[in-house]
Ligand binder design. Sequence first.
Ligand SMILES: NC(=O)c1ccc[n+]([C@@H]2O[C@H](COP(=O)([O-])OP(=O)(O)OC[C@H]3O[C@@H](n4cnc5c(N)ncnc54)[C@H](O)[C@@H]3O)[C@@H](O)[C@H]2O)c1
Length: 270
Amino acid sequence: MSWLENHVALVTGANSGIGLAVVRRFFEEGARGIGVLIRSAAHVDALQKEFGDKIVITVGDVRSPDANQEAVAATVDKFGKLDTLVGNAGVWDHFAGLRKYEGDSLKSTFEEVFGVNVLGYLLAAHAAAPALRESHGSMIFTLSNASFYAGGGGPVYVASKHAGVGLVKQLAYELAPDIRVNAVAPGGTVTPLKGPQALGRENDRLSDIPGFADSVAQAMPLGFIAQPEDHTGHYVLLASRKNSSATTAAILQSDCGWEIRGRQSRKTQK
Ligand SMILES: NC(=O)c1ccc[n+]([C@@H]2O[C@H](COP(=O)([O-])OP(=O)(O)OC[C@H]3O[C@@H](n4cnc5c(N)ncnc54)[C@H](O)[C@@H]3O)[C@@H](O)[C@H]2O)c1
C-alpha cells in the first residue's frame, strides 16, 4: 500500500518548482485528489492537461482570505475531505541588502514578502483548519535554510522565513491534538522563484542568477544543488498518518548540509 493512498491535499503555489514537484509525488504515492491555489490563470491549461480531473484549480492570491477559503471549499467539494494542506507559495528578495532600499521600497517590499510568505501561510492555515480538524489531518509549510541561517537572502526574506518557524510551532501547539503541523526547509534549489514587484524583480528568477547553481553546489557539504524533486519525500513522510503520526512541530531540513558548511576543509587538514 502506498503512503498516501486515498489522500486529499491542497497545495499553494503548485504551478512550478517545489509545489509542482510535491503534487506529482503525492499522486505517485497514491493521492486521490489535490486542490491547487495558483496565482495566474496562465497555468491552468498545463495543470489541467497533466492531471485532468484529479486536481481542482483555484486561481487567486495567497494574500487574499477569500482565495484561501475558495481553494479549501473547492477541494472539499470535489474530493469530499482534506487530509493535508501544503502552504508553499513564496517570494524571495533577491538578496536585497538594507543599503539597497530607497524611499518607500523597504516598506513595500516588507509588505509584499511578509504578505506572501507569512500572511499567506496563516490565511491558508485558517481556511483549512476546520476541514483538517475533521479529518485529523496535517499542515506542512515550505520554510528554508533562511529560516535558520543568515545569507539565504536579504533581511526581509530571511526574517519572513524565520517567522515561519514561529508559525509552525505556535500552530502545532494550538491545533494539537487534532492537526499535526510541520515544515520542510529546503536549501538552494533550481526553481523559478521570483522577486518582489516592489523592487521591480517580479520576473527575475532565482535559477537565472549567473553562477548560482555552481556556487551553491560548491558551498554545500553534499556538493550539489537540489532539484525540487529532492525535497518531496519529506512532504510525503510528514503527510503520511501511518509514518509520522507522532510528529508535530518538526522542521525537516533538506538543504545539503547548510549547518555543517566548512567542516570538510577541517577534515581534510589532518
Ligand atoms: N528555490 C529555492 O532555492 C528555495 C529555497 C528554500 C525555500 N524555498 C521556498 O520554496 C517555496 C516554493 O518556491 P520555489 O523555489 O519552488 O519557487 P517557485 O517560484 O517555483 O514557486 C513559488 C510559487 O509561489 C507562487 N506565488 C508567489 N506569490 C504568490 C501569490 N501572491 N499568490 C499565489 N501564489 C503565489 C508562484 O506563482 C509560484 O508558483 C517558497 O516558499 C520558497 O520561499 C525555495
